[in-house]
Design a protein around this ligand. Structure first.
Ligand code: ADP
Ligand code: MG
Length: 704
């Protein structure tokens, strides 16, 4: 396969490319199929072939019917010898079909697939291939809802191969999607442009795109699959790293960062205004940040520290360094509650220094937002605290010099950059309670310095965590009541219901009603959830902070950052529905004072994995160990939320397990950009074009 022929080059980007064929015109799709595929974000034939399998089933080893064992998942070939349709008691359409292979007969059962009756009638006497779970009973051998395919005359092995399993959406079946993707491949494969330069491919032994694309969907054997995957993963990493390299080049080499003036008496002045003494770790980290800010290089620093380590006060020192120099600062937080909380803390602490602080969140009234925008544009407001409302186009700054992102793993790299682009190559500080492996940090942020607060403020007691079953609920309530009698306050956390905020809010309201009405009639119970208005939320948080509420029933809106030191008790309902890191973040809310803190995880864990998670939390209070376990149990995509937010746009690559390829791709990308900063050489034209297609938003501000 020759790479980059003129025909290839003409093919891409033009409406005439088969890759751009709207999916409804791909064989086997049609208007109804197009709707289903739309739900998977698939619009064109080109998108279809990028819908990669999530796993594979090895069907090469076919089994004889007589040798099948109960419970195994296997492929069987047999001659179709009969078919009968009935209805079940509850009205479902039931189709039974029988195949035999000379050693025995296998019954196949299909539900509500009435159209199969006709199909099977036509196929009578022919050989078919079925794949599914075997059920052996005294009445025979059967397979319920197997996947099946007709055996191909030209391909005696039939579908006995490594078979792709694709992510689906409701109403779309594996076999149908498999056929559709095969049709799309037939349409597109010969038109796929080779994006990687030949010398680069030779250097890293990467196979061509057409071979890779075919084999990722239809691997002949596992060796071919590995080669295909390797090529495609490398390509994904290469584009990501090219985007980062070009950004870095454009930002750092052309525009120097800000050199903030440093007042030598700063630390003394700062500490004397605080209600507590800084820990040695906080002091060290502040010095690191200030040294960065005082240098002409733009700061790009990650501040790590477990929940409760005291990152906010470090952010405050950075903010003061910026405002002292006459610049503005912006702090972006992932939720309104957290933004409001930071706003309260920072405004009360910074106002004595003469710094004007404003809040900007989506749920504010238009008029209020407009006022803040005006004060940011003319420079009167020196610090703005907000949510992603900050990155809206209408928000402009007079002299934005410092950008701080709190709890970073909730934000995509794109959102971060959008805020950064509002400034004059501002310094950036990203704060996180989640330890990030070095490989991932490099992937997401490019070059990045790291500061760690590895020490908790003095006198902190670890949270004692208990796992209680449903039958112990009343005892748990009595314990909480005793602690409230001693003057403590409590959180009761109820989980998100199926990722649906409205349903969760209703569940929280119901729980609130029950707790106030029946369980704790003599205590003051409050309610906090994501569907409440900004004013109500703020009001509840203020009353809780002021001690006017004893028990706060809340959804996970309190997961990040909410800080009420007297709240030292937490009850988590249905704790098995939360991930490890979420639970650790949640209980971080009660590790805020020198009072003993108690966290109760209430649930009858249903799965082995849930039991393991709960056990880890009972045993350990160490954020690093917990992040580690979480990463291992869930994989990096879920863990960092990169999958949902699409930060990385990686379809196949895994930044942890493919770390070596990431490293190779990174080096290639940076040397490519070093040699040809704008990728303007003709042999890089395809790379450049594709790069813009994939990372347009990341690049628009810096690359013409
Ligand atoms: P996180 O790192 O989780 O964001 P915060 O910045 O919210 O933690 O700090 C947690 C709590 O600890 C806050 O109430 C804060 O005022 C307090 N705190 C921070 N630093 C110190 C310190 N050096 N000594 C005592 N309390 C501190
Ligand atoms: Mg915090």
């Amino acid at each position: 396969m020759s790479s980059q022929t003129p025909a290839d080059r003409e093919g891409i980007g033009k409406r005439t490319s088969p890759l751009d064929t709207p999916i409804q015109y791909v064989k086997g799709v049609g208007p109804q199929g197009a709707l289903l595929l739309g739900k998977l974000d698939i619009q064109t034939a080109g998108d279809l072939i990028l819908h990669f399998p999530m796993r594979y089933e090895d069907r090469r080893e076919q089994r004889k019917i007589a040798a099948l064992r109960d419970g195994e998942k296997v492929t069987v070939c047999g001659r179709l010898i009969g078919c009968e349709a009935t209805r079940t008691k509850n009205g479902r359409f039931l189709l039974k079909a029988f195949i035999e292979d000379g050693t025995g007969t296998l019954e196949l059962v299909f539900f509500n697939q009435w159209f199969l009756k006709k199909t099977f009638a036509k196929l009578h006497g022919r050989w078919i291939n079925v794949y599914g779970t075997v059920e052996v009973s005294p009445w025979g051998v059967r397979m319920a809802s197997p996947e099946w395919s007709e055996m191909d005359e030209d391909d005696p092995a039939g579908s006995a191969r490594i078979t792709p399993v694709y992510p689906l959406t409701e109403g779309l079946y594996q076999k149908r999607l498999r056929d559709i993707i095969k049709n799309a491949l037939a349409l597109c494969l010969d038109h796929l442009p080779e994006l990687l330069p030949a010398d680069l491919r030779a250097r890293h032994h990467l196979i061509g795109i057409r071979e890779a694309m075919w084999n990722i969907h239809h691997p002949e054997d596992s060796g071919k699959l590995d080669l295909a995957r390797r090529r495609l993963v490398f390509e994904e990493f290469l584009f990501l790293q090219l985007a980062l390299a070009m950004r870095k080049h454009a930002l750092q080499d052309e525009k120097p960062g800000i050199t903030f003036p440093l007042d030598p008496d700063f630390m003394e002045r700062f500490e004397s205004a605080l209600p507590f003494q800084l820990t040695a770790a906080q002091r060290r980290v502040i010095e690191e940040i200030r040294a960065d800010m005082g240098s002409p290089r733009a700061m790009n620093r990650l501040l790590q520290g477990d929940v409760g380590a005291g990152k906010t006060v470090v952010a405050m020192a950075a903010i003061l360094t910026a405002t002292d120099g006459g610049y503005q600062a912006a702090l972006m937080a992932p939720t309104e509650i957290l933004a409001e909380q930071h706003y309260l803390t920072l405004s009360s602490m910074l106002e004595p220094f003469g710094v004007e602080v404003q809040l900007l969140v989506g749920s504010m009234k238009q008029k209020g937002k407009q006022l803040v925008r005006e004060r940011l544009a003319d420079g009167r407001c020196q610090l703005v605290v907000g949510t992603h409302a900050l990155i809206q186009e209408s928000v402009t700054f007079k002299r934005l010099g410092l950008v701080i992102i709190d709890e970073q793993h909730r934000f995509g790299v794109l959102q971060r950059l959008e805020l950064v682009q509002k400034g004059l190559n501002p310094d950036v500080l990203v704060m996180s309670a989640t330890p990030i492996p070095r490989t991932l940090a490099l992937t997401v942020y490019g070059d990045l310095d790291v500061s760690v607060i590895d020490e908790l403020p003095p006198g902190r007691k670890p949270v004692r965590t208990f796992w209680k079953r449903e039958k112990e609920r009343q005892a748990v309530y009595r314990g909480i009541d005793r602690l409230i009698a001693q003057g403590r306050q409590a959180y009761v956390v109820c989980p998100l219901v199926e990722e649906n905020e409205r349903a969760s809010a209703m569940a929280a309201e119901e729980l609130y009603g029950r707790l106030q009405g029946e369980v704790f009639p003599n205590r003051r119970v409050g309610l906090l959830h994501g569907q409440m208005g900004a004013y109500d939320k703020q009001d509840v948080m203020e009353r809780f902070r002021a001690g006017e509420i004893d028990i706060l029933v809340a959804t996970t809106v309190i997961e990040v950052g909410v800080d009420v030191p007297n709240a030292t008790v937490m009850l988590v309902e249905n704790a098995d529905r939360f991930g490890l890191s979420t639970l650790h973040q949640l209980r971080g809310r009660i590790r805020r004072s020198d009072q003993a803190a108690y966290c109760v995880l209430l649930c009858d864990a249903s799965t082995e994995e849930a039991r393991r998670r709960l056990q880890i939390l009972v045993e350990s209070d160490d954020g690093f160990r917990i992040a580690d376990e979480d990463l291992r149990m869930r994989g990096p995509g879920e863990f960092y939320g990169t999958r949902q937010s699409g930060i990385l746009k990686l379809r196949l690559a895994d930044v942890v397990t493919d770390a070596r390829l990431l490293d190779l791709a990174r080096r290639e990308a940076f040397s490519l950009v070093k040699a040809d900063p704008e990728l303007s050489h003709p042999e890089h034209a395809l790379l450049r074009e594709e790069l813009h297609r994939r990372y347009h938003r990341l690049l628009w501000a810096t690359v013409s």
